[in-house]
Ligand binder design. Structure first.
Ligand SMILES: Nc1ncnc2c1ncn2[C@@H]1O[C@H](COP(=O)(O)OP(=O)(O)OP(=O)(O)O)[C@@H](O)[C@H]1O
Length: 301
């Protein structure tokens, strides 16, 4: 039996195209669940145009107790922007290709189990980041991965296979770029393959770029993959997939509370899966526990 039913009125934000996942039954599954627990609900389907303003307006008029994002990290980010700095909690039904934030929060990856959090959950405040004022709820990066994200956003198909194929194609000819990172603790200057800014642990692909990051500790990390010879790629991937990035001589993690990044060559940047223009000087700020998320109840120890 559910332990708590604190939400009575829920707004679902559904992205019909995320992750190449068929969502034709999702409306029925949501309806049956809400009917079972006598919950009111509304569904907002994203269109990819003007969703943020429409969602903000709907939250104002419908006044839900929680917003549940059904989609990938881009959809989660859209809903998170709409509820950030408010008391309204954000739930996630992972239906994207990566679903990185949901995995880092321990949210179940099936629709039924994720929906069950509506009636049995804990609400947790998590730190979020801002890069030149752009909110980031999971992972941002400059360099290689941002290029892959840009190409993926233009691809005709979605899903992990498309992403992996694009990554391989781009990797073969990729050249590193020069960056300078000044944090409240230390300074780095040099070439990097990519530079990741996050307070979470892993990409949706399960690459653990920041295995020791804690999402609500007031600290974020800048994770560097420095320039490496092609022959070192397999060992590096092994280290990243086995949560041992510190065992690679080409990685470096800078924990900090504030940072300024100089992106000398204005390489591409992505935030939570969306390519953004950040310019050559990027100020990174942490906003302590600004977002309330719906997560599984911790098992009693
Ligand atoms: N109805 C729609 N038609 C086309 N594009 C849409 C629509 N709704 C949202 N989008 C676009 O979908 C993108 C966000 O997708 P999302 O990140 O949720 O899924 P994903 O990329 O497949 O998964 P992940 O981010 O987990 O890898 C945004 O670029 C948004 O503009």
């Amino acid at each position: 039996m559910p332990k708590n039913i604190s939400f009575q009125k829920i707004l679902f934000v559904i992205n019909p195209i995320s992750g190449d996942v068929d969502k034709s039954d999702l409306g029925t599954v949501i309806s049956e669940y809400c009917h079972q627990y006598h919950l009111k609900y509304k569904i907002y389907k994203t269109t990819g145009e003007g969703d943020f303003a429409k969602l903000k307006q709907l939250i104002k008029t419908y006044d839900p107790d929680a917003v549940f994002a059904a989609g990938g990290d881009g959809t989660v980010s859209l809903a998170a922007r709409a509820v950030n700095h408010t008391s309204l909690p954000l739930g996630i039904i992972p239906l994207g290709s990566g679903n990185g934030l949901s995995k880092d929060l321990g949210i179940p990856q099936t629709i039924e189990e994720a929906l069950a959090l509506i009636t049995n959950h804990t609400i947790k405040g998590i730190d979020t980041l801002e890069l030149n004022g752009h909110p980031c709820f999971h992972i941002s990066d400059l360099g290689f991965n941002a290029l892959v994200v840009a190409r993926y956003s233009e691809a005709e198909s979605r899903g992990p296979q498309t992403y992996a194929l694009i990554a391989l194609q781009e990797y073969l000819n990729y050249e590193c770029h020069k960056y300078r990172v000044e944090t409240d603790q230390e300074t780095f200057e040099g070439d990097a393959f990519m530079l990741t800014i996050t307070n979470s642990n892993a990409f949706g692909s399960n690459v653990k770029i920041n295995p020791n990051g804690i999402i609500d500790d007031g600290i974020f990390e800048i994770c560097l993959i420095e320039s490496f010879p092609k022959m070192a790629a397999f060992k590096l991937m092994y280290n990243l997939y086995t949560e041992t990035p510190e065992d690679s001589e080409y990685t470096r993690i800078l924990p900090c509370k504030t940072a300024t990044i100089y992106n000398y060559t204005d390489t591409l940047a992505q935030i939570d899966g969306e390519v953004v223009e950040l310019g050559r000087k990027i100020e990174v700020k942490l906003l302590p526990k600004s977002l309330r998320v719906v997560v599984p109840t911790e098992p009693l120890t």
